[in-house]
Design a protein around this ligand. Structure first.
Ligand SMILES: OC[C@H]1O[C@H](O[C@H]2O[C@H](CO)[C@@H](O)[C@H](O)[C@H]2O)[C@H](O)[C@@H](O)[C@@H]1O
Length: 602
């Protein structure tokens, strides 16, 4: 049975990723790429859908976990009545191969262990053909995929699984290397588990050296963990950043709001980029900008709101009927129909990111500006249209207020690029449009009775995205309309002190059921509290949000305050971006300096 979402820890190699449970079971593994059909999918079904557990035979066990400092190398320590073992898990990458490495070391006494492996390619569906290679390794093949298991202990087949039982005494160890490669290529050479672990430890620590802990004060450890998580979700070669490494972990336990997040949203990726750059990690920003220019290249009216890891456009959504879903939450979806939506805010996010790249000296060619001009030109023809908005609603397009605010933000960024970097463009025309959007939002997006901006023009409902109005610099934080909106959101959208995105009962999203509270929204409230000098409330809310992190510092998309459980895809970049930004904003003397704010006031 799958664990609670917060019972999992992330392993990855900046190409693919997996989730390791506290019980020592890898219940999700996408190889070679984040969005590849998983070969372990037990988290979305049961053990027959693939898993790999290494744990003591004794069920009475105490578990403690941590990542090696500054790395994505996981150490799970199991203590039984007879002794302690530490299982070190990590992933490595070789040309054309991905390695999942598990090293078990006994540190005290002696412990009887059991390894149980069930490979099911194609998201838990396909049973592979398992055979022994001449060199003693096990090979599991189905169609184009192959996994090879190298083990230092004897293995046997039992009931469609591979089993290894062994007892380790103090200072003994046992190693396991599971290597993915295409089945039509030669079997990859052996590699040493210890060497892969040491190389991964060194590589992550080299990367982490850039991090300056002072800027994050008391939250430095959590912030670094979040940054490492964002890096782990970034593809080493394409520069694409996925929103999360999982699909269909439910937004409501037992519900149907289950989506595939293993793609690159322009919104999530741009915000991730801001957080990385603000923390000094510039090379990811350079790679992402190049990814972006390739992904959106072509006709501006064909720009999508999300792409595949390498910029693929067709992300057709379908359901995997053979998976029962996480704790029975069905359907399990692959692909994401939101790819074909119109979401005007992405123009604001993309143009803001390009402006910021310029501020950091990353713009070395004119190709970027030519594309931006085309995007603004296109935005000029659509900004007045209804869209699906930041929440990707499936209940029909509306005149979402936040979408218009971000259209304003797109013009604002483009105008600043001209004003500050001497670029060419019809600046007077763009200024006029910026002004027109601002006027329209203030007239049609603000409700005098509620004394608040509203979810869409003329509506009477609230939306957490309106917290971004001061953060992107659309209005100053002390503006009475901003203060009124904060009060209205506190009145209508706080659930047990956490900010809901919107009222799911209004049918705006076209979905049944409800959801947990979307964690980035609560981080936005932390930021706004800081901006309006409500520092104690900002601090208290941040501390509460930080307390939701699991034992290894990870957060999913949402939190179910009633069940007191993390819900939604995990770990979620958007949430970790919120944590990084808010932790840093709490310490800035003049209040938040989100990258987007800098953009508007630079
Ligand atoms: O709630 C309905 C929508 O949920 C997903 O979108 C959410 O996640 C995205 C990725 O983090 C984020 O960019 C977006 O703002 C969120 O609403 C899902 O991808 C959609 O298909 C779904 O309609």
């Amino acid at each position: 049975m799958a664990g609670r979402i917060e019972d999992y820890a992330l392993i990855g190699n900046c190409e693919g990723a997996g989730l390791v449970g506290k019980d020592g079971s890898i219940d999700w593994l996408g190889l070679p790429r984040f969005d590849s059909p998983a070969c372990f999918a037990a988290i979305l079904g049961d053990e027959d859908n693939g898993f790999w557990r290494i744990a003591p035979v004794d069920q009475e066990v105490q578990v403690a976990r941590r990542y090696r400092k500054g790395t994505l190398v996981l150490e799970t320590s199991f203590t039984t009545a007879t002794g302690t073992v530490v299982v070190t898990d990590c992933m490595g990458r070789r040309e054309g191969h991905s390695d999942v490495v598990r090293l078990v070391r006994c540190t005290r006494g002696s412990v009887a262990m059991r390894m149980s492996l069930s490979i099911r390619f194609e998201y838990g569906l396909v049973v592979p053909w398992v055979s022994r290679l001449d060199d003693g390794r096990l090979s599991a093949v189905a169609g184009p995929e192959r996994l090879v298991l190298d083990s230092s202990v004897p293995l046997r087949g039992e009931g469609m699984r591979t089993i290894g039982e062994f007892t380790l005494s103090e200072e003994d160890d046992a190693s396991f290397v599971l290597t993915w490669s295409p089945s039509f290529r030669p079997v990859p050479p052996r590699c040493s588990a210890g060497e892969v672990i040491e190389r991964a430890t060194w590589g992550w620590r080299e990367w982490s050296k850039t991090f300056k802990s002072e800027a994050s004060g008391p939250w430095a450890d959590l912030v670094l963990r979040s940054l490492i998580t964002l890096k782990a979700l970034t593809h080493f070669e394409t520069g694409g950043i996925v929103a999360a490494p999982t699909t269909s972990l439910p937004e409501q336990l037992g519900g149907g709001r289950n989506w595939d997040y293993r793609y690159c949203w322009l919104r999530d990726a741009t915000l991730t980029l801001y957080a990385l750059v603000d923390s000094g990690f510039l090379s990811e920003a350079v790679a992402w900008r190049a990814w972006l220019l390739r992904a959106v290249a072509g006709s501006p009216d064909q720009m999508q709101i999300m792409y595949g890891v390498a910029g693929e456009r067709r992300l057709s959504e379908y359901q995997l009927g053979w998976l029962n879903g996480y704790e029975g939450a069905r359907p399990v979806r692959v692909g994401n129909a939101a790819a074909n939506q119109l979401q005007l805010d992405v123009y604001g996010e993309v143009l803001g990111a390009m402006y910021q790249a310029r501020c950091f000296g990353m713009d070395h060619d004119s190709a970027g500006w030519q594309l931006e001009k085309k995007l603004v030109e296109h935005l000029g023809t659509i900004w007045m249209d209804p869209d699906e908005g930041i929440w990707e609603v499936r209940g029909g397009r509306r005149q979402f207020t936040h979408s218009k605010v971000m259209a304003w933000s797109a013009y604002n960024a483009a105008i600043k690029s001209i004003e500050e970097f001497g670029l060419d463009g019809p600046v007077d025309e763009w200024r006029a449009t910026r002004e027109e959007i601002h006027r329209q939002v203030c007239e049609q997006g603000f409700d005098r009775d509620l004394n608040s901006f509203t979810q869409s023009y003329g509506s009477k409902t609230l939306d957490a995205s309106l917290l971004l109005i001061p953060i992107v610099g659309f209005l100053p934080p002390e503006d009475p309309r901003v203060l009124g909106t904060v009060t209205a959101i506190e009145t209508h959208l706080l659930q047990d002190g956490l900010v809901a995105r919107y009222d799911t009962g209004t049918s705006v999203d076209g979905l049944t059921g409800t959801e947990g509270t979307f964690l980035p929204c609560s981080f936005w409230l932390v930021d706004v509290y800081t901006m309006i000098d409500r520092h104690d409330e900002a601090q208290a809310l941040f501390e509460r949000l930080a307390s939701f992190c699991n034992d290894v510092g990870l957060l999913s998309e949402e939190y179910d305050a009633t069940a007191k459980r993390q819900v939604g895809n995990f770990p979620q970049a958007f949430t970790h971006v919120g944590l990084i930004n808010s932790a840093r904003n709490l310490l800035r003397p003049k209040g938040p300096r989100l990258a987007a704010t800098e953009m508007a006031t630079h």
